[in-house]
Each structure stands twice: as structure tokens, then as C-alpha cells.
Design a binder for this molecule. Sequence first.
Ligand SMILES: NC(=O)c1ccc[n+]([C@@H]2O[C@H](COP(=O)([O-])OP(=O)(O)OC[C@H]3O[C@@H](n4cnc5c(N)ncnc54)[C@H](OP(=O)(O)O)[C@@H]3O)[C@@H](O)[C@H]2O)c1
Length: 303
Amino acid sequence: MTETHVLTGAFGYTGRYLTKRLIARGIEVRTLTNHPGDPCLFSAPVGVHPLDFSRSLDLAASLRGARVLYNTYWVRFDHGRTTYASAVENTKVLFDAARDAGVERVVHVSITNPSPGSPLPYFSGKADLEAHLLSSGLSHAIVRPTVLFGKEDILINNIAYLLRRLPLFGVPGDGRYAIQPVFVDDLAALMADLGSRPDDLVVDAVGPETYAYLDLVRLVRDAIGVSTPIIRAPGWLVVLAGRILGRLVGDVVITSDEVRGLSSGLLVSHDEPTCRTSFKGWVEAHRDTLGTRYANELTRHYT
Ligand SMILES: NC(=O)c1ccc[n+]([C@@H]2O[C@H](COP(=O)([O-])OP(=O)(O)OC[C@H]3O[C@@H](n4cnc5c(N)ncnc54)[C@H](OP(=O)(O)O)[C@@H]3O)[C@@H](O)[C@H]2O)c1
């Protein structure tokens, strides 16, 4: 019998790759989203249901009959009424709805090095959700990626965008903190594998290469063929510059929490790499298009 799996955000970033992977495995896919996209993206129909956390009974109804839920839902920063705290509470509603609907297994996307005591709400919120899932009684896999790269990416794309346009590019602090990027489709493949396993586990989703952040920015600069000087700058100055740029592009370019998270060296794994695609190889293969357009978080998620 054909299995049904549900994921959040099938037309989003990770979600679109995961949907393609699941369809290729013969799985019937439903999604919970507030941003339905072009159905032609996929080779089979995808059932679209609202991602409305205020209607837990409807959420459960949308999940009924599915064996696996893949949760990609999260928010990048506090903005208006959308906060990390609300994202934590919303995700708990989603997990509880999944359990009430008889979903067997949850594959949940977290972050590398989450910690309940972290001063960074991204990392403490993710730790809270991991603990909630562990105590839910649901079969589960927790997958912890670092920074993703791929065609629809925001962070790496916008580094390239700014390198193409600014007279100089500032990296916060000494730029020596490590970052181990992972290809979005590798993450999707890992998630699809985890959906079909029976055991409870936690796994980092990390690529084969680890860079000092400064070297990563240099790599992107050299690949896209510009000669923008890269300077070290205090974190507060990078945040201030980000605010000014944000006014120009109509977005939140970078937050102080993101600067602190980046420079804390949390975006690396202490385990063996689980994903294979080379960041360097991918950037070089996409040198002509990377950063030619700004990727706007507010347009993507707040309209
Ligand atoms: N992108 C990265 O570099 C990165 C790095 C480490 C970890 N992660 C984790 O990977 C997961 C997937 O990330 P992604 O970048 O692929 O996400 P995404 O596709 O942009 O969004 C994933 C889901 O979250 C919802 N969402 C995102 N921002 C929202 C907002 N402000 N308000 C309400 N709903 C929002 C989307 O809703 P709609 O379906 O309505 O669009 C979608 O269902 C997340 O858990 C994230 O924490 C990502």
C-alpha cells in the first residue's frame, strides 16, 4: 500500500528537495504551508493544507492517515508578532497534533549544537523542541544541519550579492570561527532516509568541508570573480551595517543573534560528515548566478 507522509513547507527551501525525494520513493505527499507554490514543481500531486497553529484539530485532520511528519518549520528571527518563543509553542502544537492524528514517526529539523542554556534563542528554542519530541512518545529522528547551501539559499547567496555590490565586505570579529556548510539536497536525502528507519536517533547533517568564516567568504568572492576587500570588523558594526543595508533592500539582512551564533563556532559538527556535496565545488559550479539577485527573507515569509 502507498504510504502517505506530511511535511511542512513543500514549496519552501528544504521542503521542495524533500518533496522530490519522497515522490521519487513512491510516497504520497501532503504539505502544511501558508505559501503554496507552483504544483508543476513536482512530478506528482501534493496535497496542500494550511499551516495554522491556532487550529490544532484541523492540523490533526490534515495529518490523519500519514505515517511520517517531517518538520522544517522554524523562524529565522523575531519580527513583529513572529518570535522564536511563538515558533517553539507552535511546533509543540504541531507535534501534539501529529500524535493525536496517529502519526507514527516525526523527522524534525533542528540545528547543530542546540543547548537549553544557550543565550541564543535559536539554539535554546531548538533544544527545547528536541526535549519535547523526546518526551512525546513518538518515534523520531532529529536532524541537525549547519548552514545550508543551494539554489534557493538566503545566507550564502546574499554574501555573494553583497560581495558583488559593496566596496568592502565586513566579517564579524577575527573571522576564524568554523562553519561546515551542508547542501540542501543532501539534507533532504538524509531526512527521507530517516523517515523510513524505525529507530530513535539524533544525527548532524554536515558537509565534508569545514572553513574559517573568513575563508568561506574569500572562497565565494574568488569564485564569483570580484575583488572586494574583506575586512574584519566588530560584531556591532556588522549588525549596524546590516541594518542600513536592510533599509535599502527592505529586509532583515543579519541580526545580532545571528552574528553571535556565527562567531560562536556552533555551526560545525564534532562527528563524521554525513553529507557529501562539496561547498567549494557547488559554489564554483554556480559562480555565474550566485548572488546575482538578493534573496529576501521578509518577502519570502512575511507576505
Ligand atoms: N536555511 C539554513 O541555512 C538553515 C540552517 C540550519 C538549520 N536550518 C533549519 O532547517 C529548517 C528548514 O529551513 P529552511 O531554510 O529550509 O526553511 P523554509 O523552507 O524557508 O521554511 C520552513 C517552514 O517554516 C515556515 N516558516 C519559515 N519562516 C516563517 C515565518 N517567519 N513565519 C511563519 N512560518 C515560517 C515555512 O512556512 P511556509 O511553508 O508557509 O513558507 C515552512 O513551512 C528549519 O528548521 C531551520 O531552522 C536551516
